[in-house]
Each structure stands twice: as structure tokens, then as C-alpha cells.
Design a protein around this ligand. Structure first.
Ligand code: HEM
Length: 427
């Protein structure tokens, strides 16, 4: 190939080759991996005219660029300040005020400060200490399913779990758990958008304001009297004399609910789907239950809930021949990196014993997912419990469908499993 990159539009590499640039073409939404493989081979770094940004698909480049300080994550401030008129700004200010405090959209120096304070409170140790709580939530959900001939893994099992767990970890009363599910849904819809969801901004605004009031109240209650929960820990988090403001605690609580909801839901659904569609691997897991941790890492690599991450060029620079200009968008296809044969042997094979497995499903570098320990813990509690309670699960259909989104790979169809009534509950 001439050079290390070339544009997709109008190029004629190899005669009349012209590559597709539609990241949302239905066959690609359904199964992006053949397309990613093509990109890695033929256009690993390219300007995508339709998406209007640079697209990277190789592991090495993505791992490097996730740590590149000249690439920024704050897409919101420039959008808010320059793309919206005064009326729209007024209308959307309440949402902007909350989301601009989300660590995932912050750049240095603010990012370091808020991330340190958040990680002071939301530690892997604190997460592990919630194991019993997660076991209880899983047990309740499984009990509600016992007795049915079939259920939908996505809606009946994977969907309620993360929102309930996040709510309980934050310190919400059990009576409010149902609210968290709806809130989480509306926020996910706002961020990822979606065809036919035109009222999403209105719904999200109402949600955000309701949620803000709810958490503000929680913070007020915990300020008066601490409990063993995350809101109390966020109030107490300190970096020297610095602490999080009430607005920051509210915004970060909302981020945790959003960031952990659909991602973990899909990780749970993919885990059960991948095991049921690879019966040899299911047998292997049954024979060696201690493989559950490695199995989850393999699902994250093989079928991770995120397709990509976006960045903005903060200052002009050249990368492997590509001239990145200030303000341009960059898409880092982490799901493609996770199937890169230059990094993984037999990348398209699902192997629950794979080691090493340095996938990028949780990102890499300064924005590495703060909820990774929680997502891993929830999945490692939930999946063995599900398999134990329902040892004869069978998929009704292997056909899945997905929301048409560039950044996430979220299942939109039910994943119905049939249960053998005789054995359910007696393992
Ligand atoms: C399977 C589940 C999950 C996946 C695949 C996932 C994926 C990711 C990815 C790829 C990033 C980096 C984004 C970037 O670099 O642009 C990220 C960041 C983040 N995630 Fe997760 N996540 C998951 C679960 C969670 C959970 C359960 C929580 C919390 C309850 C959470 C909280 C966060 C936060 C706070 C960040 C931002 C960190 C920062 O910007 O410094 N995530 N996640």
C-alpha cells in the first residue's frame, strides 16, 4: 500500500477499490468485525468523510492514541459554545452543567483532580466489599425467573441488575430502585442517540433534573449523617484540602449510573450468549468454574459492549503520516483493536482460557474505566449463579439485533432462553 494511510473516498488503490465509509450500514451494525478486519488491512488510518473524522482500527495505534495528550475528550464545551444558538444554550444549560462535570468528558488539569477524588471513594476495595449485596440482587432476580419456561436474558436478567447495584452502592433506598432503571435508560438514550428517539432531549432533561434533585437530597442526608455508602465516601473524599462540591457529587453519581448501566447489561448478555453459542466453552467453564474471570475478559475482547471511543485534536500533529488538525474528530475503534491479529492469536476465536488477554474494552491510559472492577464483579457473580440455577438453558434463536450506534454495541433484540423446568432450581 502507498504510505501508511489513505482516504477512503475516491481512492483507487488496486485499480477501482473504493471502501465503504458508512459505520452504521446495517450489516456492519449487525457484525462489524469483517469490516474492521478490512479496515485494519487496507485503511488502518483514514479520514472518514461521512463521519467527518479520522478513524483508527489497529491495536497499536489505538493503544498509543488513548494515551496521547494532544487528543482531548471534551466534546461538549466546544459544541455547546459554538454550535448552539442562545435559545438552545438556555434550553440545554441544565444538562450541560451536569455533563460537563463528568470525568469522562474532562481534560487536564480538571480531569486529574476529579478522577483522583472519585477514585478515592470508588475504590476496587470498596467494590469488593459489596459482593454480598450483588449476590442478593442477583438472587432476587433469579428467584423472580424461577418457574418460567423461558425468559429474556437482556430484559429480565441483564437489564435490572446494574442499575439496582449502582443505586444500592450509591446509598439509595430500596424503594427508589425502580426509578434508577428509568433514569439510566433515559440518560443512555441521550448520550448514544438513536433513530426514532426524537424526544430524547426532552426526556433526558426531565430525567436529569429529577435525578439531580434525588441525589442532592441524598447528599444532604448523608452530609448530616454518614452511612457506609458511596455518596458518603464521595462527601469525604479529599485531596489535601480539596473536596468534591455537591454539584460534582450529583454529576458523578449520574455518570456512574449511566456509564455502568448499558455497558454491564450488554456484558452480561454477551457472556451468556457467547457461552450458549460455544457449547464447548460452556462445558469447559462448568468443568473449571475458576475460569470465570478469564471467560469474562474473553467476552470483553471478543464481544465488548463498546465499539469505539472518540477524541478531539487539541493541537495540530502528525501521526504515521496523517496530518491531524486542531478541532478534528478522531474515532478509536477499540472493538477492532480487540480483534487485531497483530496483537491476538486466532483473534476471531472465542477461547475462555485465553492468556494473555490485554484487550482495550475498558479503554487504556488516563481515562481507563473506573468501573471495571464493578463490572467484572457483577458479571462474575451473576453468570455462575445463572448457570447454576438454570443448568439447561437453551437459546431460542441465535439471531441478535443491535442499536445503530457508532460507539457502543448494544443488543436491541430479546435474547430468549428456554429453561428445562425439571432441573431449574434443583442444581
Ligand atoms: C462492561 C462494562 C463497562 C465497559 C465495557 C466500560 C467501558 C469504558 C470505557 C471504554 C471507558 C473509557 C472511555 C474513553 O477512554 O473514552 C470507560 C470509562 C469510564 N467508565 Fe466504564 N465501562 C463499563 C462499566 C462501567 C461501570 C460499571 C462504571 C461505574 C459504575 C463505569 C464508569 C466509568 C467511568 C467513571 C469512566 C471515566 C473514567 C475517566 O474518564 O477518567 N464503567 N468505561
Amino acid at each position: 500500500l502507498p504510505g501508511s494511510y489513505y482516504g477512503l473516498e475516491g481512492t483507487n488503490v488496486g485499480g477501482n477499490y473504493r471502501m465503504n465509509d458508512d459505520l452504521l450500514r446495517p450489516d456492519i451494525v449487525l457484525d462489524p468485525y469483517p469490516f474492521y478486519s478490512d479496515l485494519r488491512e487496507r485503511a488502518p488510518i483514514h479520514w472518514n468523510e461521512r463521519w467527518r473524522g479520522w478513524v483508527f482500527s489497529r491495536y497499536e495505534d489505538i493503544a498509543t492514541l488513548l494515551r496521547e495528550p494532544r487528543l482531548l475528550v471534551d466534546s461538549m464545551t466546544p459544541y455547546f459554545n459554538s454550535k448552539l444558538d442562545a435559545n438552545q444554550q438556555k434550553e440545554l444549560k441544565p444538562i450541560f452543567d451536569i455533563m460537563s462535570r463528568w470525568v469522562v468528558f474532562m481534560d487536564p488539569p480538571d480531569h486529574g483532580r476529579v478522577r483522583r477524588l472519585l477514585s478515592n471513594a470508588f475504590t476496587p476495595k470498596m467494590t469488593e466489599s459489596r459482593r454480598a449485596l450483588i449476590e442478593d440482587v442477583v438472587d432476587d432476580i433469579l428467584t423472580s425467573l424461577t418457574g418460567s419456561d423461558q425468559f429474556d436474558v437482556v430484559n429480565d436478567f441483564a437489564y435490572p441488575l446494574p442499575a439496582q447495584v449502582t443505586a444500592l452502592i450509591l446509598g439509595a433506598p430500596r424503594s427508589d430502585l425502580h426509578l434508577y432503571r428509568d433514569w439510566a435508560d433515559d440518560i443512555v438514550t441521550l448520550i448514544h442517540g438513536g433513530v426514532g428517539e426524537a424526544d430524547r432531549l426532552d426526556r433526558a432533561k426531565i430525567t436529569m433534573l429529577d435525578f439531580r434533585d434525588h441525589v442532592t437530597e441524598l447528599v444532604r442526608a448523608r452530609t448530616a449523617s454518614r452511612r457506609d455508602d458511596l455518596v458518603s465516601a464521595l462527601i469525604d473524599a479529599r485531596e489535601q484540602s480539596d473536596a468534591l462540591s455537591v454539584d460534582e457529587i450529583v454529576a458523578l453519581s449520574m455518570l456512574l449510573l449511566f456509564a455502568g448501566h448499558e455497558t454491564t447489561q450488554n456484558l452480561l448478555a454477551f457472556t451468556i450468549y457467547d457461552l450458549l453459542t460455544h457449547p464447548d466453552q460452556m462445558v469447559r467453564l462448568r468443568e473449571a468454574p475458576e475460569l470465570i474471570g478469564d471467560a469474562i475478559e474473553e467476552v470483553l475482547r471478543f464481544d465488548g459492549p463498546m465499539r469505539g471511543s472518540t477524541r478531539f485534536v487539541g493541537q495540530d500533529f502528525e501521526y504515521a503520516g496523517a496530518e491531524l488538525k486542531k478541532g478534528q474528530r478522531v474515532l478509536l475503534l477499540i472493538a477492532s483493536a480487540n480483534r487485531d491479529p497483530a496483537k491476538f492469536e486466532r483473534p476471531d476465536e472465542f477461547d475462555i482460557g485465553r492468556r494473555p488477554n490485554q484487550h482495550l474494552a475498558f479503554g487504556y491510559g488516563p481515562h481507563f474505566c473506573l468501573g471495571a472492577p464493578l463490572a467484572r464483579l457483577e458479571t462474575s457473580v451473576a453468570i455462575p449463579a445463572l448457570i447454576k440455577r438454570f443448568p439447561d438453558l437453551r437459546l431460542e434463536s441465535e439471531q441478535l439485533s443491535f442499536y445503530a450506534r457508532i460507539l457502543s454495541r448494544a443488543i436491541s433484540s430479546p435474547v430468549v432462553v428456554r429453561v428445562n423446568r425439571v432441573s431449574a432450581g434443583h442444581s
